[in-house]
Design a protein around this ligand. Sequence first.
Ligand SMILES: Nc1ncnc2c1ncn2[C@@H]1O[C@H](COP(=O)(O)OP(=O)(O)OP(=O)(O)O)[C@@H](O)[C@H]1O
Ligand SMILES: [Mg+2]
Length: 317
Amino acid sequence: MWTCVYHIMGVNMEVGFIYVFVTYIRQLFEPITRIVENMEVIEEAAVSIDKVYNILEQEEYIEDLDSGIELENIKGKIEFKNVWFSYDNENWILKDVSFVINPGESVAFVGKTGSGKTTITNLINRFYEIQKGEILIDNVNIKDIKKKALRSYIGIILQDPFIFAKSIKDNIKLNKNIIDEDVSEAIELSSAGEFVNNLPNGMEEIAKERGSSFSAGQKQLLAFARIFAHNPEIFILDEATANIDTYTESLIQKSIERLSAEKTSIFIAHRLSTIVNVDKIIVLKDGKIIEEGNHESLVQTGGYYSKLYNAYYESLA
Ligand SMILES: Nc1ncnc2c1ncn2[C@@H]1O[C@H](COP(=O)(O)OP(=O)(O)OP(=O)(O)O)[C@@H](O)[C@H]1O
Ligand SMILES: [Mg+2]
């Protein structure tokens, strides 16, 4: 700096002057640098504040399983009264859906992918709250029933059942007091016997996390053993045999028919051959019920269901 100032500007500067100048410059820029550095931290804090508010504003972030009444000896009537439902408060997934399933009746929901079948089963379990209408079990609004109790009446099998990293036995009992003999019987009824007995420790075998050491079909068989052991009042089978071979499926079908003879059962299946014998078929299209009746009457009327059925039948041929 001294060289520049002396040679170009012809000014002679003392060392002290340069020293003071440099020190002041540094004192000027240091706070500015620090402010810029801290701007980044402030931005981060602003984002975090947003997130904290989001959590504080959550309406229901702890599921209250214990408030409400406990229905005793339920019969298993299910009724939807003008139910409107949307997952995101924007697109209606179910539009004015009404139906009645009487105690002991078997009903199948049929419809294209995305028509709202699984959504209906989610709502019966009250995994989501509906926006309009009412859902009743034994004529009681499910909002008034204890969630824990409600879910204990319902046995549900999904396409991909959840298996805990516990023994097969505990996976079937699920913390309920069930004796080992009943667990064995349930395993036989569900046709899971052959596969469980071939495991090194039988039903004491510890499953891997999420049941990753079992095939999709084996997990479904265990889910069947679960509901046979718990013997709930309402059965819901959502594509429950989709991953099981047709022979084993026919064996399970017989066990289901025996157990569900006097129980309310809901079936969802794309393989329409598995549902032709139900009491009532409810046909869904884009979240609306468009047809209702038994297999014969629906085929005779020649509507949407008969088209689905013919397409299915042709695909088999
Ligand atoms: N958790 C969710 N969040 C947002 N939208 C969802 C959710 N689950 C399903 N949907 C939407 O709701 C609609 C109905 O889905 P649903 O799972 O009820 O169909 P489905 O009839 O069971 O179909 P599939 O035969 O393929 O099982 C679909 O458009 C889907 O995208
Ligand atoms: Mg589904």
